[in-house]
Design a protein around this ligand. Structure first.
Ligand SMILES: Cc1ncc(COP(=O)(O)O)c(C=O)c1O
Length: 433
């Protein structure tokens, strides 16, 4: 025992029920290569982070060069070229109203930062009572305590009921399972009325509404009508409540635009970005906010300072990766690749709709999802492990969210490779269900 190595405790993994992890030796483009000689097509961008392919040589070279110059420096009292360059590059891609950028470590911490900024924004103005948060059913914002509190109830949060702080949870526009029993073809987004009433009643106590704009990811790849997001925006403005757009998943082109809010023409007060920000190479989160939000922190009172920061905040290697990834957006036809993926998604999902085992298909840009009919719908659906293994045995990495199978590939996937992924999904539906 003394000499055996520590055993790695893998995330979202049951060490008794789940198969032993596969040992990946190297990766290139859309493929992972395992020690036992397998080649696996990564159709979920390794938990939604990879944009331009694994081991992208441009990003790899940028990190290597940066490591020889400056690996990291404390960001309080100091700054560095990479961080400044990233702030300048992001300027081009987000709404002009978003003027400030706060660095953190990952998606969860970007969310924590947004929530805390929202609450302190009001407390700094002598309105400490305006600290409550509203979130959507089926949402997912991360696994840290604050992010978990604003996420929807799920098997992920169940054991932590007691430690989640209280949040108002309102309907999501989950049209397939409409929370108010209507049909999208004839409805007027009545599901938003719950938020409307809540803000009318308690708007003076509420600091922020947090949403995953247009796509709730881990909750089941649930797409929302753009009108829903626009209505949420209008209600927040009306009641002087900040809108936090968690674009951790949707950012960096996944939905067809650089950020999902652009698809709806909505500008949030705070925006969280992570995952694809470094092209999938290194962990980094950022929270953007408007000048009006930050203005409440510009004060002669030191108690109005935002006392928050992580050790690796603004890490120089992560900044180098992010800058190189954004340079790829500038130099290469990334949005053409995105459009090709979106087109194939639409074609193949249309075919899948004809299968009786398919309840609904959903798509937003590069993300395609199939909700399978299941008596035990949800993350713990018995289908999940069977589907996962089936795909893996055919050399494709897909991690269904319970009875929802989704495709979320790196943008460098070829049309043939993407068709292959859909072929395997079709085969699974015909074989297993
Ligand atoms: C919308 C959203 N927000 C936040 C997070 C949390 O990000 P991280 O896992 O990097 O902490 C995720 C992760 O899946 C996410 O999808």
């Amino acid at each position: 025992m003394m000499n055996s190595p520590l055993r790695i405790w893998h995330p979202f993994t049951n060490s008794l029920l789940d198969p032993a992890p596969l040992q990946v030796e190297r990766a290139e483009g859309v493929y992972l290569y395992t020690k036992d000689g397998r080649q696996i097509l990564d159709a979920i961008s390794s938990w939604w982070v990879n944009l331009h392919g694994h081991a992208n040589p441009r990003i790899a070279a940028a990190i290597a060069a940066q490591a020889k110059k400056l690996e990291h420096v404390i960001l309080a009292g100091f700054t560095h070229d990479g961080a400044e360059e990233l702030a300048a590059r992001l300027r081009k891609w987000v709404a002009p109203e978003l003027t400030h950028l706060f660095f953190s470590d990952d998606g969860s911490t970007a969310v924590e930062v947004a929530l805390k900024i929202a609450v302190q924004h009001f407390s700094n103005q002598g309105r400490a009572e305006k600290h409550e948060i509203v979130a959507l059913e089926h949402g997912y914002h991360g696994d840290t305590a604050g992010a978990m509190s604003v996420s929807g109830d799920s098997p992920f949060t169940e054991p932590f009921r007691g430690m989640r702080y209280p949040v108002h949870r309102v309907h999501s526009a989950y049209c397939y399972r409409c929370p108010v029993g209507l049909r999208r073809e004839t409805c007027h987004i009545e599901c938003v009325q719950q938020l409307e009433s809540l803000l009318a009643e308690r708007g003076d106590k509420i600091a922020a509404v947090i949403v995953e704009p247009l796509l709730q990811g881990a909750g089941g790849m649930i797409t929302h009508p753009v009108e829903f997001l626009r209505m949420v925006r209008a209600l927040c403005t009306q009641h002087e409540v900040l809108l936090i757009a968690d674009e951790v998943l949707t950012g960096f082109g996944r939905t067809g635009k650089m950020v999902a809010c652009d698809l709806a023409g909505v500008v949030p007060d705070l925006m969280c970005l992570s995952k694809g920000i470094t092209g999938g190479f290194l962990a980094m989160g950022v929270t953007l906010c408007s000048d009006r939000v930050e203005a409440a922190f510009r004060s002669e009172d030191r108690m109005h300072t935002f006392y928050h920061g992580h050790s690796y905040t603004g890490n120089a290697l992560a900044c180098a990766a992010a800058n190189a990834s954004l340079q790829v957006f500038d130099d290469e036809p990334v949005f053409d690749r995105i459009a090709t993926i979106a087109r194939i998604n639409a074609e193949r999902l249309a075919l899948l709709r004809g299968f009786h085992q398919v309840g609904e298909t959903r798509q937003i840009g590069t993300i395609g999802a199939v909700e399978l009919r299941a008596g035990d719908a949800g993350y713990l659906s018995a289908m999940r492990p069977k589907l996962y293994q089936f795909f893996l045995e055919r050399g494709v990495l897909l991690r269904p969210l319970g009875n929802v199978v989704y495709v979320l590939p790196p943008y460098v996937i070829s049309p043939e490779e993407l068709h292959r992924v859909y072929d395997v999904i079709e085969e699974a539906i015909q074989t297993l269900l």
